[in-house]
Design a protein around this ligand. Structure first.
Ligand code: PXP
Length: 252
């Protein structure tokens, strides 16, 4: 294959939320709870082959806390992708910290993890001012959406430069159902790219399921967290990030 036809390198954004989850398990009103520090993970990820840091500041601060954001930015030159709900509070925090990117995610208080995609189509009016304020500030906006045509079309109407396709359904499916989900993601990555939107993907990706997703040529970035941090318990963060990087590169 000529260099011109070679697909671009797929970036790996490492989500460090669950380093903070473990830290917070020992937080008490009397203090403590500083170990393990997600900032230490952020500082190491560049050495291990990660291309960016992703962190989700949730309304209930169950993992990343406000003070972590500035500390992460100070500890690494890697771009920070701040995942945030479309609320005035989160917009104000994003504008104060000026991360490289903001990924707008749906958030429900009772969910354990981000269960579905953002309803970009149904929430047009709510999203317009938030997206334009972030864009005006020079923050790259992405929308975390289900791999559905109507959501891509909504992202186009909203002027989002990036969409992150939710791979949770793919990750949970098996056999033929997984093949159907994979095709949906591939088709929506192609549709986004054809319309000038950079497609990313993430959620539920593991060593076992990452390669068919990484092989989708239009995808520019994968954001992966829970599995990498979980694996790091057994083999260390360096091994888990490097192994994921190798699998992604081998799939291209
Ligand atoms: N991308 C987005 C937008 C997310 O909200 C998350 C975490 O829910 C991830 C990627 C990473 O997912 P996981 O932790 O399952 O790898």
């Amino acid at each position: 294959m000529s260099a011109l036809l070679q697909p671009a390198r797929l970036r790996l954004g490492v989500n460090i939320d669950h380093v903070a989850t473990i830290r917070n398990a020992r937080w008490t009103s009397r203090g403590g709870g500083e170990h393990p520090d997600p900032v230490r993970a952020a500082a190491l990820i560049a050495q291990y082959g990660g291309d960016g840091i992703t962190a989700h500041l949730r309304e209930d601060r169950r993992h990343i806390r406000d003070e972590d954001i500035a500390r992460i930015q100070a500890a690494t030159n890697l771009p920070l992708n701040l995942e945030m709900a479309a609320t005035d509070e989160m917009l104000e925090i994003a504008l104060r910290h000026m991360p490289h990117a903001a990924c707008i995610v749906p958030e429900r208080r009772e969910e354990r993890t981000t269960e579905g995609g953002l309803d970009a189509a149904g929430q047009h009016n709510r999203l317009v001012p938030i997206i334009s304020a972030l864009r005006d500030a020079g923050i790259r906006v992405s929308l975390f959406i289900a791999p559905e045509e109507r959501q891509i079309e909504a992202a186009m109407r909203l002027g989002a430069p990036v969409v992150e396709l939710h791979t949770g359904e793919y990750a949970h499916a098996e056999g033929e159902a997984r093949a159907v989900e994979l095709r949906r993601i591939a088709d929506m990555a192609a549709l986004a790219a054809k319309n000038g939107i950079e497609p990313h993907a993430g959620h539920g990706l593991t060593y076992d399921n990452v390669q068919p997703i990484a092989a989708i040529p239009q995808l520019a970035e994968l954001n992966i967290g829970h599995y990498l941090i979980g694996e790091a318990i057994f083999c260390g963060l360096e091994t888990s990030v490097r192994r994921m990087r190798e699998l992604m590169d081998a799939a291209r």
